[in-house]
Design a protein around this ligand. Sequence first.
Ligand SMILES: Nc1ncnc2c1ncn2[C@@H]1O[C@H](COP(=O)(O)OP(=O)(O)OP(=O)(O)O)[C@@H](O)[C@H]1O
Ligand SMILES: [Mg+2]
Length: 371
Amino acid sequence: MAKAIAPMNAARPKVLLVDDVDANLVAFEAQLSKLDCELIRARSGNEALRALLKHSFAVMLLDVQMPEMDGYEVARYARENPQTRDVPIIFVTAMHQTETNALKGYGAGAVDFLFKPTNPEVLLSKVSIFLELHVSRQKLADALEAHKNTLAELEAFNYSVSHDLRAPLRPLDGFSQALLEDYGDQLDGKAKDYLNRIRAAANRMSQLIDDLLQLSRMGRAEMAARPTDLVALANTVVEELRRTDGGDRVQYRCIAEATVVADGRLLRIVLENLLRNAWKFSHKKPQPHVELGCSERDGQKVFFVRDNGAGFNPAHVNKLFQPFQRLHTDAEFEGTGIGLAIVQRIIKRHGGTTWAEGVPDEGATIYFTLP
Ligand SMILES: Nc1ncnc2c1ncn2[C@@H]1O[C@H](COP(=O)(O)OP(=O)(O)OP(=O)(O)O)[C@@H](O)[C@H]1O
Ligand SMILES: [Mg+2]
């Protein structure tokens, strides 16, 4: 009969058997031989600790009564070391069941008990549960790792594509401009209009690529978080906004002070996007107001930028932070729809969250936390 052959390099989960009596180790091995796992022996506490450092185990069967170092001591040392603390332990003890209460509370990690003489059925079922747990954990960790790699590849791809896409745009715009300048007198109005449209499209594409590049950089940028004055940063942005067309009509109000731990350069990008939006979407109102405020939620500080401008339909609030999603047309308010995606990415990198509230024609509030 053909025998099922396990793939050579499929790592089998390992089980550590710790007992000072050889006969007990042999008995364990016989009872566990049915399971698809590798059994590793240790004849003392010291040997067990050495094995724990060398391999990753799905579970350890640990004899309680051993000379020199008993099972509890082994468990205590294992728990103290971050490298070995998560290995589940099944204590094997001759003690009476009632005494086991004293063994509880062994810190983190799974703990179970077996009583001598061990029942082979119970032993098998307990060990297999830990084996399954280990395998599914490993699968989850592998999937997470693969996911991380894909994400990093995507970021790199995004960056290089955006970078390379820009190159052909320069001659497209440049030669259109040259045509207009050098041959303009030979072209009629319609031809000039076409050329201007080509230039506008090239510039728009260039802007989109810039935004895409900035978004991809935000995911990879180095971060240096230190105490930063949020209000002072906002004020520098507001000064710039006041100088824009109609920008000085906006009434701006802000909290007295707020020191947060953040990367100043990235935080400025957040404030710039939020305040620029608030200015943009409110400046057509007869009395535009913008506020930088702070409130509390679940004991945590929540910052917000609020305006009384165009607002948005709350049914589409989920789209707000997605790249290139806009709830207003270009004719109403210009933009590419990348600002809030960048804001969300930066806040996420600081460990915070973002969300928004809006009422059409009454205004919007964008919230963020910085733990
Ligand atoms: N303060 C606000 N009031 C009303 N709508 C807003 C506000 N902020 C954002 N939005 C809505 O969310 C969309 C996405 O905002 P985001 O800042 O990402 O893009 P944008 O401002 O349109 O373009 P960009 O920031 O790339 O120049 C906006 O197009 C708008 O529809
Ligand atoms: Mg914006």
